[in-house]
Design a protein around this ligand. Structure first.
Ligand code: UTP
Length: 286
């Protein structure tokens, strides 16, 4: 079973980033010089996925424009001989296929995934939450695809978190079956106390098509939204689910502090910025 399709739920309101996200989608906020969602799409491409399905909503047309060709801009760059930039712009829109579907109301992450059912058919697919930026040697989804090849089940990306932060995440309970891999026996969304482990689910999933039945059974939960974690609990009733601790640094760029950390870390990795930016940071009087 080869994974071909990637879903990018991007219909949330991004309230943690207001006022910046009032008129600009959160997914278009730049990390250094690339919008958040482009990092996720590039990870998907580098993991061998070919079809990108973006779930958009009100005020999100900039995302579609970003991945579209821009004739005027391309002609201008050609005329001015700016071939590096031209190449970069062509790479954004080229190589993979994009499909868009619109979530009319932000009824939750689970709901956003459920509306992709007709575009997915009966095959496993990858899900990327663009807020989670993962900096790793091997793309995180490529690592997950390796685990999927072995087990053929839904795979959840997990990361270790401290006990005090567990209430911010979905936490898995499971049995370790090989290095970095757990068979999941339960999932607890944002546990207030006594988390069942320190393994938190983060924004990368491989889901089997069974998730669509599970989503149909899922009633609105916390915040009146259809929660993906609740649907995964239903899926566990009929299918195995494995969790995988990927290698790499993850930044929650949907949160202000995480966004700042991601910007600084990624800028320090850029050959064109590194030396000057490092000097600037060293000279800060902090
Ligand atoms: P978040 O919980 O981060 O919500 O959604 P949000 O609206 O993006 O941001 P905040 O918390 O208000 O600041 C997780 C992911 O699920 C998508 C979001 O776009 C994000 O990628 N989502 C959420 C949808 O596509 N539809 C929804 O109804 C809810």
């Amino acid at each position: 079973m080869r994974l071909k399709k990637a879903v990018f739920p991007a219909a949330g309101f991004g309230t943690r980033f207001l006022p910046a996200t009032k008129a600009i989608p959160k997914e278009m906020l730049p990390l250094v010089d690339k919008p958040l969602i482009q990092y996720a799409v590039e990870e998907a491409k580098a993991s061998g996925l070919e079809e990108m399905i973006i779930v958009t909503g009100m005020g999100k047309t900039a995302i579609e424009d970003h991945f579209d060709t821009s004739f005027e801009l391309e002609i201008l760059l050609k005329e001015k001989g700016k071939l590096d930039l031209l190449n970069m712009i062509e790479n954004v829109s080229g190589l993979v296929h994009f499909a868009y579907t619109r979530q009319k109301k932000p009824l939750g992450l689970g709901h956003a995934i459920s509306i992709t059912k007709n575009l997915i058919n009966d095959e496993a697919f990858a899900v990327f939450l663009g807020d989670d930026i993962i900096d790793s040697k091997t793309p995180a989804m490529k690592q997950m695809a390796g685990v999927f090849e072995k087990y053929g089940t839904s795979i959840l990306a997990v990361q270790r978190v401290s006990k005090k932060d567990a209430h911010l995440y979905g936490i898995i309970k499971g049995e370790k079956v090989s290095p970095g891999v757990w068979r999941v026996s339960d999932l607890v969304e944002k546990p207030k106390e006594n988390p069942p482990s320190n393994l938190a689910i983060i924004g990368r999933y491989i889901l089997t098509p069974g998730i669509f039945n599970a989503l149909e059974k899922t009633a609105p939960g916390r915040g009146g939204e259809i929660q993906l974690t609740d649907a995964l609990k239903h899926l566990l009733e009929t299918e195995d689910i494995y969790a995988f601790e990927f290698e790499g640094n993850r930044y929650d760029a949907g949160d202000k502090l995480g966004f700042l950390k991601a910007n600084v870390s990624l800028a320090l990795k850029r050959p064109d910025l590194r030396a000057d930016f490092k000097r600037f940071l060293k000279d800060l009087d902090i």
